[in-house]
Design a protein around this ligand. Structure first.
Ligand SMILES: [Zn+2]
Length: 307
């Protein structure tokens, strides 16, 4: 029996993904409990202004939590973008079959291509043609349209259909963590100021606040960096994989300007930008664009990509 380190790593990542779902839910429960613990009693405060301030803070926080959970499960449950069975860039099935046989006969090292280079792309693992910006996803064992990366946090591959949900998950989680950290900061400071007069019961309640505060700070910092990186990629219309491939392409053909690049991911309707879903019309348009005939004609029969 041969040992395959890659398969072992893929298996580990899949199992880790299942654990990560529990980690995300546990993190949300922890922060929500800490916020209710710190600000729940304040809702009945005799000063109406203070009670209203606490209510407003909790309302915004729990609204962000609802949106982050919706985005999370949308990213987790949405199929990232499958290449339709039998798809090919050729006008006839016979031609596609003939060229596929030629592509299979070539060595794997020969003719490796990148998105945006206008070269024909054939997947040796799926034994089928794939549109530009499509990559083979080893975790799921199939090609994914506009594949970005496999995300262990959502236990799914991020691709054409769930990239918006993934970005909104990052966005809402970042703001929920930042808001919670800012609101819990006051509790942390006042606890340490009155350390001499703290009762054991207060200490045990504070442990929850402190733990949530530290976790929120850590998440806000790391998600802020990740959001910044993805904002730049949306601006330029590149995926994480293409960030590396793009260096090998002199002129990036998918960059249509920041506004259109943004709309390609989030849609044209401003109020729907905030929702982790696509309308049927948007889905069809995205799929059509992803499968649209590329400038393959000039490369046809000369070069093949076997990524
Ligand atoms: Zn494939």
């Amino acid at each position: 029996m041969s040992f395959n380190a890659f398969e072992l790593c893929s298996g580990c990542l899949k199992q880790l993904g299942k654990v990560m779902i529990l980690v995300v839910v546990a993190f949300v429960v922890l922060t929500a409990a800490a916020m209710l613990n710190a600000y729940g009693p304040c809702l009945g405060h005799e000063r109406v202004g203070k009670a209203f301030g606490c209510f407003l803070g909790l309302l915004v926080f729990f609204s962000l939590v609802c949106m982050l959970l919706w985005s999370y499960f949308a990213a987790f449950l949405t199929e990232p973008g499958r290449v339709p069975a039998g798809w090919s860039p050729f006008s006839s099935e016979e031609e596609a079959q003939l060229e596929a046989e030629r592509a299979e006969a070539r060595s794997p090292e020969q003719g490796k291509g990148v998105a945006g280079s206008g070269r024909l792309r054939y997947c040796r693992k799926c034994h089928g043609w794939k549109p530009e910006r499509t990559h083979h996803d080893s975790m799921a064992g199939r090609c994914v349209l506009k594949m970005d990366h496999y995300c262990v946090w959502i236990a799914n591959t991020v691709g054409l259909c769930n990239y918006k949900a993934f970005l909104l998950f990052l966005f809402y989680t970042f703001w929920a963590c930042l808001l919670a950290a800012c609101m819990l900061l006051g509790e942390v400071v006042s606890f340490f100021r009155g350390l001499d007069t703290v009762s054991p019961e207060q200490s045990s309640r504070f442990a929850l606040t402190l733990l949530a505060f530290i976790v929120d700070i850590a998440f806000a910092l790391s998600l802020g960096g990740l959001l910044g990186m993805h904002a730049r990629m949306v601006w330029l219309n590149v995926t994480t994989i293409e960030m590396f491939e793009k260096r090998r392409v002199t002129q990036w053909p998918f960059d249509r300007g920041p506004r259109r690049n943004f709309q390609e991911v989030f849609g044209a309707s401003a109020w729907r930008w905030w929702l982790p879903t696509h309308t049927r019309q948007e889905q069809e348009r995205m799929l059509d664009a992803a499968l649209a005939a590329q400038p393959f004609e000039e490369a046809m029969g000369t070069e093949f990509a076997n990524l």
